[in-house]
Ligand binder design. Structure first.
Ligand code: GLP
Length: 258
């Protein structure tokens, strides 16, 4: 795993945006896996700027979001549909038909989950999957103890996730939906490249466990150690519990000088 440590959030987002821009220039029909949460917001801002100011063309790009709450309407201010429209989709030229976000309106979740997986396969698979990380090491809404072989499915959110996400629901933990639809861990692992982004000391323990700890369903992000092409881009605060910082920095410096 490549680990890139940067001084601040903006630099993390810039590196991720440059990777995505270069990939779109090389393959205009790129398939992007998208994440929500506060971490990727700056990345979306930069991509929007690249579209607006430099003409980066998303017209052939297809996207698949990681997850969505179950039990709130799609147009709820805190739904991930609303989040994506607000931070990204309303500002770039990705055709509506190419934008995929798990739906929370279907009665038949199993059928929906199977069809979501099928759509990813039909699109040729995800080229680049953007990932954030929960303070407990979850990715998407794959909570602690999720099967490392899990596929897209409906899940119950952990107490730690409900508490972390309460900030978006007027700090009322009871207002946070209890359930969500999420791509599975095995689904995420099929992406050709993963970009794991994290910033702040609140993520330092999860990052240390995910990158340097044992691979375990108790830290779902630790499975990325088995992914052949994951780039973890984090700030110094999030890197503060890693033991191999000197090596990661030297390795990145050598990569830049190639
Ligand atoms: C939620 C999302 C995850 C995200 C995590 C961290 O649980 N489902 O995909 O990575 O929050 O969010 P943040 O970036 O706001 O810390």
């Amino acid at each position: 795993m490549e680990v890139i440590i940067q001084p601040n959030h903006h630099q993390i987002a810039s590196i991720a945006a440059n990777i995505i821009r270069d990939a779109i220039l090389k393959k205009p029909n790129l398939v992007l896996g998208l994440a929500t949460g506060s971490t990727p917001i700056e990345l979306y801002k930069i991509l929007v700027r690249m579209h607006r100011d430099d003409g980066l063309d998303f017209s052939d790009v297809t996207t698949f979001n990681l997850d969505e709450y179950v039990g709130i309407p799609l147009d709820h201010p805190q739904s991930y549909h609303t989040f994506m429209a607000h931070h990204f989709f309303d500002h770039v030229n990705i055709p509506k038909a190419n934008q995929h976000i798990p739906q929370n309106i279907s009665d038949n979740h199993e059928e929906f989950c199977a069809s979501y997986e099928e759509k990813i396969v039909c699109a040729g698979g995800i080229d680049i999957q953007i990932l954030g990380i929960g303070t407990d090491g979850h990715i998407g809404f794959n909570e602690v103890s999720s099967s490392l072989a899990s596929r897209t499915r409906i899940v119950t959110l952990s107490q730690s996730t409900l508490e972390a996400n309460a900030i978006h629901f007027n700090c009322d933990v009871n207002a946070v939906p209890q359930m969500a639809l999420t791509m599975g861990i095995a689904t995420i692992m099929e992406a050709k490249k993963c970009l794991l982004l994290a910033c702040g000391t609140s993520k330092s323990q999860a990052i240390a466990k995910a990158i340097e700890g044992p691979i375990t369903s108790m830290v779902p992000a630790s499975i990325l150690q088995m992914h052949p092409n994951t780039v973890t881009i984090i700030d110094e605060a999030a890197s503060s519990m890693l033991s191999e910082v000197e090596y990661y920095n030297r390795s990145y410096a050598n990569m830049l000088s190639l």
